[in-house]
Design a protein around this ligand. Structure first.
Ligand code: 1HN
Length: 370
């Protein structure tokens, strides 16, 4: 953020020339007078630099395929990832101020080498099969609609055992960890590029999937500094939970948040993951929340009004809702939107707020994807 110094107030205390001299002398010794910048620092409500934006699957996938044929995945580059770069963020490679979002792809029989870092990550699988992510020694098979966690400082690599291509969404808390000057990164010490493939896959699932893995709505009262020990949440289970909730209400929007089965908290200390199911032909109430979110349309199609602008979406499209910008969704056919947000951090800081607006937004324009 660049903060411009506003001219000082006209004053009866001294003359203009003396005041100018004071500002020059302050700047020369790295002091900044708050009274010239108060209004930019203390805004009545959040003023995110990131803008509402959408990246369409139709644009991203052909480019990702070109990258598969041109750019190998190997040490150094580590991952074939196309980050969602919000045009409001001045060239920073982030989807919104607090979250990294990206499409990642693996070509036939590729291995993205093992490493670990302090930023935590989540993967939401879009397309493909025969790939697993090994998380601290546990090979987690990835199928469309699955949520796979790679929490902070867990070793992780991605391995394709088949001839097809694989696409998934990556969400990371990297901008938050960067803002905290807390980024650490290590390459796996080997011998291979990937962790050894264990005899049995999906150990965390067999050990931890018995507990409660979803809550209706979102977590509001539980916080945990630990991440979930369950690393893979299966689409079949997520979808069954949505079906179960849908049977009990007629609301236009049905929401589930994935939770740590042991604590009931969000899956990672920094990021909440949820799926919003929008019923066919229905529109949700406009809501604004302090904090940023990235949406991934998984199946179905519809549109969202974000800050008065209409964004049309279908399977594989990704869009962002920056802090405190109102959003409402409508579905042509039943639609499932995966959502990752920074909500647990807002709750940890005691600054969470959400507001449901009384009336639908006026639509002032329609977004055209690039
Ligand atoms: C990372 O480690 C992955 O492991 C994906 O798949 C995206 C973006 C920034 C930093 C690390 C991965 C990433 C990343």
């Amino acid at each position: 953020m660049t903060i411009e110094t506003q001219p000082g107030p006209a004053t009866e205390f001294g003359d203009e020339a003396e005041l100018d001299a004071l500002y020059r002398d302050l700047a020369a010794v790295d002091l900044r007078p708050l009274w010239t910048i108060t209004e930019q620092l203390l805004t009545p409500s959040p003023k995110p630099a990131a803008v509402p934006w959408l990246w369409s699957a139709a644009t991203m996938k052909p480019l990702a395929r070109r990258a598969i044929s041109l750019v190998p995945v190997e040490r150094g580059g580590e991952r074939r990832v196309l980050s969602l770069q919000n045009p409001g963020l001045g060239g920073r490679p982030y989807a919104v101020g607090t979250l990294w979002g990206a499409i990642q792809c693996l070509g036939p029989r590729e291995v993205a080498p093992a490493h670990r870092h302090t930023p935590g990550a989540i993967r939401f699988v879009l397309e493909g099969e025969g790939v697993w992510t090994t998380v601290d020694g546990d090979a987690c098979d990835m199928r469309p609609g699955d949520l796979v966690l790679t929490p902070s400082m867990n070793w992780h690599d991605h391995t394709s055992a088949v001839d097809g291509e694989m696409f998934w969404f990556d969400g990371l808390d990297l901008p938050m960890v960067e803002a905290l000057d807390g980024v650490f990164f290590e390459e796996y010490p080997g011998p291979g590029e990937a962790q050894p493939e264990p005899v049995e896959h999906n150990v965390s699932e067999r050990t931890h999937a018995g507990g409660t893995r979803y809550v209706a709505g979102s977590v509001t009262d539980t916080l945990s500094p630990r991440h979930s020990q369950l690393m893979n949440y299966r689409w079949a289970d997520t979808s069954a939970e949505l079906d179960r909730l849908a049977a009990a209400t007629d609301d236009p929007l049905i929401r589930v948040e994935y939770v740590d089965p042991e604590t009931g908290a969000s899956v990672l200390p920094t990021m909440a993951c949820a799926v919003h199911r929008v019923r066919a032909g229905r529109r949700s109430a406009p809501v604004r929340r302090a904090g940023n979110a990235i949406y991934v349309a998984y199946q179905g199609s519809g549109s969202s009004v974000i800050g008065g602008e209409r964004f049309d979406w279908g399977p594989g499209d990704m869009f962002v809702v920056p802090s405190w910008v109102p959003v409402e969704h409508a579905a042509h056919e039943q639609a499932d939107l995966f959502v990752v947000s920074d909500e647990p951090v807002f709750r940890a800081l005691g600054i969470a707020r959400t507001e449901t607006l009384p009336e639908a937004q006026q639509v002032t324009g329609t977004f055209t994807p690039r």
